[in-house]
Design a protein around this ligand. Sequence first.
Ligand code: GLN
Length: 194
Amino acid sequence: MKIGILGFQGAFIEHQRHIAAIGHEPVVVRYPEQLTELDGIILPGGESTTMGKLLNRTGMMEPLRLRILQGLPVWGTCAGMILLAKELVNDTVCHLGVMDIAVKRNAYGTQIDSFEVDVKIPEVCANPVPLVFIRAPYITEVKENVDVLCRVDDNIVAARQDNMLATSFHPELTGNSAFHRYFADMCKNKKSSL
Ligand code: GLN
């Protein structure tokens, strides 16, 4: 499968490596024309304000929003999750606003408040997976159509709504591909249902 990774800035190279390692073709996406060839797209961590501005400037905001609403599987990690949220509780970043979650930006504080923890997420993997949080947001509220996949200290840090997956943390910065496999399965199931 062809899995796109929004390649304006942030941790897109690391996602590329994981997608290739699990046997799929990573495509770095920078132009709206590229959206049609994809089986799924990853919005990486980085800086959500910058990515939001670049989505607008490249004319990709609307076509990407449309593709996601039509069912294109999408996974937002950290800043990518901020782009997906319908509601931002403490900010006005220009974003896609497609997923029924409310997100708090920089909820864990600044860069020095970054941390790592191993957590078992049965839906994703039988063994605990390492979760890396860097100036991370978390989800403060979900609508009833959203499944909560993981909480850390009572805060929601991973959730799924149909074709949309959002994680506060960065699986691409670890050696563990469990989340990439989980997302690839979402893309495969979507492809086989078409
Ligand atoms: N704090 C960043 C933002 O608001 C996200 C940080 C990250 O992606 N690691 O965009």
